[in-house]
Ligand binder design. Structure first.
Ligand SMILES: *[C@@H]1O[C@H](CO)[C@@H](O)[C@H](O)[C@H]1NC(C)=O
Length: 268
């Protein structure tokens, strides 16, 4: 009887340790946590690194590089949607001062090109909980709808309708601060903050249905935007970077939440 009680108590404590004790740090319900399917073993696309490796950063860079093609196709067994094309429901923009002012958003976005991403650098500092990743994308072709209003240098801009945007030679630098969270008794990396800096070498834009469908004004504005594309992007760097960071953080956390670090950041 006493023994049975002890076992029951021990089981309850184990249960609490596994599912109860992680609650405050994770902030989701037990059901959510158990719904997340963790990888049992490292698949081909997940190459482990050793934390004590003096070339850890280079190893982590290769790990991400190796992961991109698999992520591009999607990994249904861990609920990771395909990245190619990448679907984003919305990218909002808000900038109220300066030569370019704009409010509104691009929505129902399909971006082709993320599968061609190359990891160019990585820095992983487990003590400071800092992770940085450099990514180069040779080309991104975007089709979406837009709803924007504002002023681009000397011209007003107002419209909503379909948009096409092509970006060339996009260099991004993603800086994150992360936490380690316990999920089902294992640890996963969770990105708490992210900032995204980027540089674009070429951009072409076509916004349809500007100015209520006035074709002459629409053509004028598109030509003007294309002629001054890089300057406009420079003006929009901060709000675009913020918008990207919201989206990338979600995407990365979704993938990382299924990848316990015991599979890819080995202690020994
Ligand atoms: C992108 O980079 C390639 C290789 O460096 C170069 O040939 C090409 O001209 C660049 N494109 C733009 C738009 O700058």
């Amino acid at each position: 009887m006493a023994r049975a009680l002890t076992i029951a108590t021990a089981t309850a404590i184990q249960y609490w340790l596994l599912f109860g004790a992680v609650l405050p740090s994770v902030g989701t319900t037990n059901a959510d946590q158990r719904a997340i399917k963790l990888l049992d073993q490292a698949p081909d696309w997940l190459r482990p690194c050793r934390l004590k490796d003096p070339e850890l950063n280079s190893c982590v860079k290769d790990t991400f590089q190796n992961m991109f093609p698999a992520l591009a196709k999607g990994i249904p067994e861990i609920h990771v949607d395909r990245f190619e094309p990448l679907y984003l429901s919305r990218l909002s923009l808000s900038k109220g001062h300066g030569p370019v002012t704009i409010t509104g958003s691009f929505y129902d976005i399909l971006a082709h090109g993320p599968s061609k991403a190359k990891a160019t650098s990585a820095v992983l500092d487990m003590d400071r909980r800092v992770f940085e990743l450099g990514v180069f994308l040779p080309e991104i072709r975007i089709e979406s709808d837009y709803n924007l209003q504002g002023k681009v240098l000397i011209l007003p801009l107002i419209g909503n309708g379909p948009a096409k945007v092509n970006l060339d030679n996009v260099t991004t630098s993603v800086s994150t601060r992360f936490e380690l969270r316990r999920l089902q008794g294992r640890q996963v990396l969770h990105i708490a903050d992210m900032t995204v800096d980027f540089d674009i070498q070429g951009m072409t834009v076509n916004l349809e249905n500007l100015f209520n469908g006035n074709k002459v004004l629409g053509r004028t504005l598109n030509a003007f935007v294309n002629k001054n594309a890089l300057e406009i992007v420079k003006e929009l760097k901060d709000p675009l970077g913020e918008s990207f960071s919201v989206v990338f953080k979600d995407i990365m956390n979704n993938a990382l939440s299924h990848m316990p670090i015991d599979l890819w950041l080995l202690d020994q």
